[in-house]
Design a protein around this ligand. Sequence first.
Ligand code: 8OZ
Length: 360
Amino acid sequence: MTTLFDPIQVGDMALANRIVMAPLTRNRAIEGNKPGPLTVEYYRQRATAGLIIAEASPISPLAQGYLDTPGIWSAEQVAAWREVTSAVHGEGGKIVLQLWHVGRISHSSLLPDGAAPVSSTDRVANASTFTREGFIPVSKPRALRDDEIPALIEDYRRAARNAIDAGFDGVEIHAANTYLIEQFLRDSVNDRSGPYGGSIANRARLLLEVVAAIAGEIGAGRTGIRLSPMTTFTAPLDSDPQALYGYVVEQLAPFGLAYLHVIEGETGGTRTPEGKPFDYEALHRACKGAWMVNNGYSRDLALQTVADGKADLVAFGRSFISTPDLVRRLREGAALNELRADKLYGGGAEGYTDYPTLAN
Ligand code: 8OZ
């Protein structure tokens, strides 16, 4: 019987176990949107994960939406990330980088020359973001023109190349949590006509072009993707999530991606939103790569899910923030540290690198 603690080959990556550190925004980047020494230590402490998915990282200056997130567009950022990947590899771990474009979830004060955020639409989101002035409503976006899409895809391709140059084992495309790619996917946001609006095939076009560009650049075996069909975070659900995400997964199959990472239910919230059933198993059956699940997994549920063959990998978010030696604690059935929820975003070492591990 397969257990959570067994090794697994995921695309080109040989993982020591099936326990994944989920991508987690922590807003501790230093000057120049670079990961600093504390971030090196934070990931090094968690390197016993089978795989670390390093936090969502903007692919370009215009892709940022929150203060102090580490990017992957500049040579200085690549050099800074190299310290992180070396530290994790030095501990025998594997690490990929989540590639992020926030789309309309941004504020002009965070963008070059006070630019408007870009999206599939020019309709503003009912959402706030964290800036130098604190939490404030996001800015009204500008709808990308169709003729701007090639440059956007080029930004994704270059970011994937940068990630590999920085020593990452691969990348995860952030197509979840109502950011740019999902702003194209969902008919609750995308009000375009033309090749990127209207039908499901048109709304999924950007995602599939991004996947083709990145897989072509670094190889499908080093490329994963994250989806969140039932998350409402900053946008309503699609009118037919099952059909939309079913189409996406079916179209992804021929690429032979390393893995597909799905957030079940409402991100960081209920796994089973009332009156909104979703058949994740249907997506799992259509998925050719490794199947990674996430959202509020307890030890028991994770063990059972892998033992039942319902998933190949389980990603843990909050548990990995509080408990650097999560793999050992799960193996031994030991209690986890308590999460300091007031230290999630921004600040220094407190609630970041000072969580204790079990004594030998
Ligand atoms: C929490 C705060 C800011 C951003 C996501 C990247 O939800 C995020 C995020 C999470 O995917």
